[in-house]
Design a protein around this ligand. Structure first.
Ligand SMILES: [Mg+2]
Length: 121
């Protein structure tokens, strides 16, 4: 049983695991930024397709094991290609996250966005 979970797994683990997976298959030449962005979109499309024209609640999804597993697989596919893009660009995800969250906190200040409204008046 794999003992890795979200609360004890580092970003480095994901980056290294995907890097090895790609290297062992000699796929690095295909993992160009353009191809990886398109692959992310394809996988996001597969995720979207599972919910297209459906109006599942969280409970509906949890109660439908097959659907839940399919959604889980597609989320992982998106994430794996995203990690591969991060690897291909030698991006430090933690720095990118922190920089963008700082911008988001400034753009969507709690002063203006504290009542559930998702847009500026
Ligand atoms: Mg997929």
């Amino acid at each position: 049983m794999n003992s890795n979970h979200d609360n004890n797994t580092t970003i480095s683990f994901f980056k290294e695991d995907v890097k090895i997976f790609v290297k062992e298959r000699n796929w690095a030449e295909y993992h160009t930024p353009k191809n990886l962005v398109q692959a992310i979109n394809c996988e996001a499309g597969e995720l979207s397709q599972l919910l297209l024209f459906k109006d599942y609640s969280k409970k509906n999804i949890e109660d439908n094991k097959e659907l839940f597993n399919s959604i889980s697989d597609e989320i992982a596919d998106v994430f794996i290609y995203l990690i591969s893009l991060i690897n291909a660009l030698d991006l430090d995800l933690t720095q990118a996250f922190k920089n963008k969250m700082k911008k988001n906190k400034s753009k969507y200040s709690t002063k203006e966005f504290n009542n559930g409204i998702y847009y500026k008046k």
